[in-house]
Design a protein. Structure first.
Length: 195
């Protein structure tokens, strides 16, 4: 009788140990997923906040420089072909052949190219692998593309220690081209730069 009771007690202890192990694993898994979700939400919040303050930053920049943010006249032929839209979006890029990434801003965008404002000077002819982030509707999107610097301008360096350059698109995937087309369609409801 005592042996049976001891065996039952041992079985119950094993059952409770397994239950505690499973419960601990579930708690650990849930905690892990909650932490990942928390960091994703924080990351998304920063992008949304940055996007929300874009207009304010652009107005401040225009007050500092005292000029309108317009493309250079020498790109006029391309501007007639593709209307340009005033934006202020983050861009991450690296020079082809280099793994060092840099951050900057896209300050206008068209189907054929973009104007980049960045702390590092770029020279005409350099090719860039870049990723542009933007919000369309309620989603944060990115477009990855390869571009070539067509011209560079140093006038911002005196004001903010920044440079700007015009780049034309060289290569873009079909999926990202669709994203770009949808984005430009959305921007076309606003006023483009005069052509």
């Amino acid at each position: 009788m005592k042996a049976r009771a001891a065996e039952n007690c041992f079985t119950e202890i094993n059952y409770y140990q397994k239950a505690v192990t499973v419960a601990s694993f579930l708690v650990f898994s849930m905690t892990f997923f909650v932490i990942i979700l928390f960091f994703r939400l924080i990351s998304s919040l920063f992008v949304v906040l940055e996007y929300s303050f874009q207009s304010f930053k652009k107005l401040k920049f225009m007050e500092i420089t005292g000029e309108q943010s317009t493309p250079r006249p020498e790109t006029g032929r391309e501007r007639r072909k593709y209307p340009r839209f005033d934006v202020y979006w983050p861009i991450e890029y690296n020079h082809i052949g280099s793994r060092v990434s840099h951050n900057g801003r896209v300050t206008n965008l068209s189907e054929g190219g973009m104007l980049i404002q960045a702390p590092g000077q770029m020279k005409a002819g350099q090719q860039l692998k870049s990723k542009v982030s933007f919000i369309l509707g309620s989603r944060i999107n990115t477009i990855e593309l390869q571009a070539e610097v067509m011209w560079d301008d140093v006038h911002l360096s005196e004001v903010k220690g920044e440079y700007r350059c015009g780049a034309r698109f060289l290569d873009i995937s079909a999926n990202d081209k669709t994203k770009l087309d949808n984005l430009l369609m959305s921007l076309s409801q606003q006023s483009p730069y005069p052509s």
